[in-house]
Design a protein. Sequence first.
Length: 154
Amino acid sequence: MTRVWTRAIVVAMLLAAAVLVSMTSRPTLAANEKADATVSFSGASAAAGVGVTWGSGTLRFNGKDYPFKLQGIGVADIGGSSIKGTGDVYNLKKVEDFAGSYAAASAAAALDKGASETSMENSRGVVMHLRSTTKGAQLKAAVEGITIELGTAR
């Protein structure tokens, strides 16, 4: 039994190290760069090895609000939580570029009410810097991805 736990700990440490290395290569922006848009979102996640996240939010761009839905997946994820967050969006020139798949590298632990930050980028170069809080218990060390489906402006 000790051997199994030792192996699990080594695998978790290797995953965490890989995540931390990949985090240093996340999208960088000039310190004074102004956000093109903002987002607010909420959702939930559940995981036992592979985690699933779902939710909805609002993109505020050029004076209009656009609803969106999101779905995501993570690896080396355990637990469940509810999520609320906000963020800044950069490199968004037209609203159609917001939808699609985003990739992020993150390492986070949240017990009861935790806060985390991550940066995500899609294939069109749109970058989101997200700040979120969670309620519940969750541990993760993984490269994550989300897919965003954009609705019509309100």
